[in-house]
Design a protein around this ligand. Sequence first.
Ligand code: T4K
Length: 407
Amino acid sequence: MSSTRSPRSLRLAVLGGPPLFEAPLHVGRPNIGDREVFNARMNGMLDRRWFTNDGPLVREFERRIAALVGVRHCVALCNATVALEIATRALDLRGEVIVPSYTFVATAHALQWQEITPVFADMDPATYTVAPEAIRRLITPKTTGIIGVHVWGRACDVDAITAIAAEHRLKVVFDAAHAFGCSRRGRMIGSFGACEVFSFHATKFLNCFEGGAITTNDDALAEKMRLMRNFGFGGYDRVIYIGTNGKMTEVCAAMGLTSLDAMNEIVAVNRRNYEAYRAHFAAVPGLSVIRYDPAERNNYQYVVVEVDPARAGLTRDELIAVLHAERVLARKYFWPGAHRMEPYRSLQPNAGVLLPHTERVAERILVLPTGQSVSEADVDGVADVVQTALSLAPEVRQALVDLARTA
Ligand code: T4K
């Protein structure tokens, strides 16, 4: 466990003090539900000797997710990347598909893996989600679909994207990897577009170790995706479709069910930490913490801070260096933007010209640790480090230059 010292005694590690935290404070530390309940599910699974291939825990997980989201179908899968691959293949997307660049690279990889070209659209800097007008400008005769991403759990502009898609006869998938348990205008995310894709990776709000799911109200699409996740088997010895192995295991479903049981407690802890960070940074010039609309359901899984270097006095990267020296392993998601990662930076070297907001924002975002393994005292400590560093900005900057020189 981490521990903090009194803020008054804080001497920053980059200025020669000892690191504030004994153990690293991670972004994305998994949340764990009730271990006894999880173990009981494990024992039941071992007794049944049914480990994967549409087992009873997977079916229960799918039923509960579908009910919570308010859709007819949930297809549980091994992770969200394979889920995106299956969704786009089942929808017969090809040619070009428009995606935001400000997303985890998996959104683009799921397309490129199938030789579909991801065409990167810029964001709306006020929401960090894809700008509908940027999508509109990128439509060509080769475009077959749009993937909107609900970045940090906040819905992208579903209405505008749906309208553009209808106008141009495009299919829409939403990457809802961050958005399980979140709503948009009172309706749960998971029920928009042709289908939506959730991630249940260890670092996500709802954790299955590894896992993902596609939710949809389209009966035929759900049936096709169920076949695709299991090699296309329509019965014993009968393959009726091309498929892959995208199945969720019973172990993963057991973790998912146990996480679902604990959902309300996890939201409460996330919210407590988020509000504490916001209170700490409310009056700090140059720092703005992401806002979650209190009228919606939010999972508060991400504490995202935008750093304006001109007003804050330090850049995002300087703050990251300060935090890492204290063993606070803050992250720069999604730097440098998917378009600047391979193979896209080689295949589309000029993509950045059309992505000015993405390029600017990606240089300014800092994601801070939260979740069950982060205490209120830890949040106070992290905030103290940031505020102390900003109050000593010239000294800190010089120390970082000196450290880089001697490294
Ligand atoms: N679409 C979007 C918008 C996504 O954000 C993602 C995934 C996907 C699609 C694809 O979903 P999956 O196919 O993964 O289901 C992490 C996650 O691996 C990834 O799931 C997530 N987004 C992304 C935002 O973050 P990395 O490369 O940053 O992982 P890594 O190994 O650096 O770990 C992240 C942090 O979590 C570290 O600080 C360590 C901590 N951690 C991690 C694990 C696995 C733990 O404390 N315990 C653990 O068990 O991608």
